[in-house]
Design a protein around this ligand. Structure first.
Ligand SMILES: Cc1ncc(COP(=O)(O)O)c(C=O)c1O
Length: 331
């Protein structure tokens, strides 16, 4: 089934703006940095998950779902946006949240999950998530409801369609604004965004590099994940996987001590974008991704005349749950 025929719920405010960040570009001494504002997709503070959820909720509606079940950590942006999307579609949100503490702080994303009235089921580790979701789905089926399970991060072939469509949108904007970027940067976690971008990039014949900056794991693992999701996504589209695995780029230079642990470079990026452009990055995903771009600029990869695009995938609600990390950079 081609992209246009895929069931889609019009959740997002699109197209998101693509604009030149002049002060930021000047501060970093070039290249011309364009921000693709997917933090402004709408739906409960926006972010990349809105695009994925357009296709996931579309699929769920086609199947007659009454409940959306998904999973993540206490500060999962995906869980927050899925809870909102469920309410938007008249479904009940059910969240399996893994937390090492029995009472995670009621802040940021978790606060919003509860405001959406999500049914929250705590598990102690990531390893328990999938089984718990299956159990909850079985119970719901027994009671006559129709559950629809969305994997963590919405990173499956259906969710990735959102970023195939995003590449079409980006290509149109680049054409309209006469921008020929050398590279496009974005944060990469579960691989759904990267997989969709890679499929879109291949289908629409982009001639710039697509750089997923990892927030966990190694470059080899990031490439494997993106390629796997790309294959699922192509299958959903009914085409052979158009992605050349050897051309995938997954930069693991910004992971630091691990997922969710801020690095000095990511904290510098948060402060820089806030103070030059009034744009909020988050410490888990987007600040590490932007730090990857800064590192490449400082390594001399670009001239002042080059253009690059940074796809801002959202995540700012988590800032409120990370006061201890942010406070030291306020001065
Ligand atoms: C703000 C933000 N950016 C980027 C990502 C990475 O997206 P993906 O899981 O598709 O790699 C996430 C995932 O949760 C996110 O919340």
């Amino acid at each position: 089934m081609g992209l246009l025929d895929q069931p889609r719920a019009k959740l997002a405010t699109l197209p998101t703006p693509l604009h030149l960040a002049e002060r930021l570009s000047a501060e970093l001494g070039g290249p011309r940095i364009y921000l693709k504002r997917d933090d402004l997709t709408g739906l409960a503070f926006g972010g990349n998950k809105t695009r994925k959820l357009e296709y996931l909720v579309g699929d769920a509606r086609t199947l007659g779902a009454t409940h959306l079940i998904t999973t993540g950590g206490a500060q999962s942006n995906h869980a927050r946006q899925t809870a909102a999307a469920a309410r938007w579609a008249g479904m009940t949100p059910v969240l399996v949240i893994n937390s090492s503490t029995p009472q995670p702080a009621l802040q940021g994303n978790l606060l919003l999950d509860q405001l959406f009235g999500a049914e929250i089921h705590l598990v102690t580790s990531e390893a328990e998530r999938a089984q718990k979701m299956d159990e909850l789905a079985a119970d719901l089926r027994d009671s006559g409801a129709v559950p629809y399970i969305i994997p963590g991060g919405g990173s499956n072939g259906v969710g990735a369609l959102g970023y195939v469509a995003a590449m079409l949108e980006l290509q149109g904007q680049l054409y309209e604004q006469h921008i020929a970027p050398k590279r496009v940067y974005f944060a990469a976690g579960g691989g759904g965004t990267h997989g969709g971008i890679a499929v879109g990039g291949a289908l629409f014949g982009v001639d710039y590099d697509l750089v997923g900056v990892l927030v966990e794991d190694t470059s080899a693992e990031g490439i494997e994940r993106a390629f796997t999701v790309a294959a699922w996504c192509a299958e959903r589209l009914g085409i052979a996987n158009p992605v050349d695995k050897a051309a995938l780029i997954a930069d693991d230079s910004q992971v630091g001590a691990g997922y969710g642990i801020p690095t000095d470079a990511c904290l510098e990026a948060i402060r820089l974008l806030a103070r030059t452009e009034g744009v909020l990055l988050d410490p888990v995903y987007t600040a590490k991704a932007f730090a990857g771009l800064i590192a490449d600029i400082r390594a001399g990869m670009f001239t002042a005349d080059d253009s690059v695009v940074f796809i801002h995938t959202g995540g700012a609600p988590a800032l409120f749950a990370m006061v201890d990390m942010i406070a030291p950079i306020l001065g």
